[in-house]
Design a protein around this ligand. Structure first.
Ligand SMILES: [Zn+2]
Length: 263
């Protein structure tokens, strides 16, 4: 297969790509590379040296030498590995490759990342957990229809602002709203909220947005799914294809980005 016919797949990150020519014993291979937060390090497709072709794997590349660090795997892991190097600091990756290879701390980072990636991939989890998945939310407000209203369940609100919006826009259309037995009250206990614990959740498209939370969808849009019952949230999360790994959870997108490697 001709190298020129091989293209990396489209990814969410379209801005800021650079081109790089990877070196191999046989011939150079020009490809696109994704920048990282570490100057001098990019993420490029991992290709077989003898027969360049798309492998569905990625690798960290030292820009100055166009050479690989020997760290490869699914794209999400390479982004996390680069983030790890950026946060660890202490190494100037814009130096010559020979200088880098003289640094014990460089080899330590490479060894650590290789080991951690192997362990994490076996479990289908990110390289580290960025936050607890279970977060507490201030007690919810509840509009409780009278029993004879035939209304199916309470209306729950995370904030007073939502209560007001509901009252202004929806409540007047509900016959039971004027019933003296209709109650508006606030829970005594905080609610729970399920959050994705992957470090780079929400950082696609080159912008920083909060990590995914378990949501419910109704006529007025998507809302964080709040509940007093963690078991209820866990059941909903499984139905929505979230993945549980011990005490942590991955949203569907992050679960897909971290497939369990059965070896
Ligand atoms: Zn996520």
């Amino acid at each position: 297969m001709s190298p020129t016919r091989t293209r990396p797949p489209r990814t969410h990150l379209s801005a800021g790509w650079s081109s790089i020519t990877l070196t191999s014993p046989d011939h150079p291979w020009a490809t696109l590379a994704e920048p990282t937060a570490v100057p001098g390090v990019v993420i490029a497709p991992a290709v077989a040296i003898s027969r360049p072709r798309w492998s569905n794997r990625w690798q960290l590349i030292h820009v100055r030498s166009s050479g690989p660090f020997g760290i490869r795997g699914p794209l999400a892991y390479m982004r996390e590995a680069a983030t790890y190097l950026a946060q660890a600091g202490g190494i100037d990756f814009q130096q010559l490759a020979t200088t880098l290879h003289d640094l014990p701390v460089f080899h330590e980072h490479v060894r650590t990342l290789r080991n951690e990636i192997e362990v994490a991939r076996g479990l289908g989890r990110p390289l580290w957990w960025a936050r607890p998945s279970w977060a507490q939310h201030a007690p919810q407000w509840r509009a409780v229809p009278p029993p004879e209203s035939n209304q199916d369940g309470d209306f729950e609100f995370g904030t007073w602002r939502e209560v007001v919006r509901f009252a202004d826009s929806v409540l007047a259309e509900m016959p039971w709203s004027a019933d003296p037995n209709a109650v508006l009250r606030r829970d005594a206990e905080p609610s729970w909220l399920l959050t994705c614990a992957a470090p780079l959740c929400g950082q696609d498209e080159g912008e920083q947005v909060p990590p995914a939370v378990l949501e419910m969808e109704n006529d007025s849009g998507c809302w964080p799914w709040l509940s007093l019952d963690r078991g209820e949230l866990a059941g909903v999360a499984r139905k929505q294809h979230w993945r549980q790994v011990g005490r942590h959870w991955l949203c569907p997108a992050c679960a897909a980005d971290h497939p369990v490697d059965h070896g």
